[in-house]
Design a protein around this ligand. Structure first.
Ligand code: HEM
Length: 237
């Protein structure tokens, strides 16, 4: 018997997906407006979120429902560690902090793991299927926008997955074959919508940061030009 959870999730989160794509920070990212100080904060939040998600999924490795969606080849914790070491240096652990929205996200993951672990599936779906879908495009954008030539994009690389499309089909089939009733499927869709909301809150937090950073960059460019103009006029630059 199929729960049709894969298409329930796709249809049930369509609106949330459109809303997430339209958050300023995400729109800017897609247009190649990304700067390192905002981006690395997001990577820092992701580190705590994926660590919590992967730890809690592991705790339920014998759970009749959660175990069916535990694919260790998706795990991102290690790739996020690599990226954080790239952006912050060797002592990144002393510098990286959770933002308030990131904190609420982590707390929610811990809470459902203790009370309704089957809802962890919603969190796995929202993040990993999204990563597998847009990952390659976002990786290219990040590399170009931040001039990355020697690292910083490990998060987008799934070393153990050779065909992402094929893997997504396998994941969706596993969702459909979960031994769940209609009410549980509905609760998982509700939680996936909540997970989209938590992602949006994190992006919104970064919006202010990005605007401030762009403002500073613009100010520096303008003032540098003016200073240069005044001292190098004689060389007719
Ligand atoms: C940067 C803006 C985004 C773009 C351009 C984008 C693009 C896409 C595309 C093209 C697909 C379809 C892939 C397919 O049919 O196989 C997809 C699927 C998906 N995306 Fe996004 N996405 C974005 C943001 C997000 C965000 C912020 C999240 C969640 C945090 C997310 C979660 C998902 C999920 C869960 C799927 C799988 C849908 C399904 O087939 O059930 N996406 N995305």
């Amino acid at each position: 018997m199929s729960s049709n959870l894969a298409s329930k999730l796709r249809v049930g989160t369509k609106k949330a997906h459109t809303m997430a794509e339209n958050v300023g920070f995400v729109k800017c990212f897609l247009k190649g407006v990304v700067e390192k100080s905002s981006y690395r904060k997001l990577v820092g939040n992701f580190y705590f979120i994926y660590s919590a998600m992967e730890e809690e999924m592991e705790k339920h490795q014998n759970h009749p429902i959660v175990s069916k969606i535990n694919f260790p080849q998706l795990n991102r914790k290690q790739t996020l560690e690599e990226d954080l070491s790239y952006y912050y240096g060797f002592n990144w652990r002393e510098q990286v902090k959770l933002s308030p929205a990131g904190e609420a996200y982590v707390q929610r993951i811990r809470e459902i793991s203790a009370t309704e672990p089957e809802l962890l599936i919603a969190h796995s779906y929202t993040r990993y299927l999204g990563d597998l879908s847009g990952g390659q495009i976002l990786k290219g954008i990040a590399q170009t926008a931040m001039n990355l030539t020697d690292g910083g994009t490990a998060f987008y690389e799934f070393a153990e997955i050779t065909d992402e499309k094929e893997f997504k089909a396998k994941y969706r089939q596993a969702l459909d074959e979960l031994p769940i009733d209609e009410a549980t499927a509905d609760r998982i869709v509700d939680e996936a919508n909540a997970a989209f909301g938590m992602n949006m809150k994190m992006f919104q937090e970064l919006e202010g940061n990005l605007i401030k950073a762009i403002g500073i960059m613009l100010y520096n460019t303008l003032t540098r030009k003016r200073t240069r103009g005044s001292t190098e006029l004689a060389t007719a630059e």
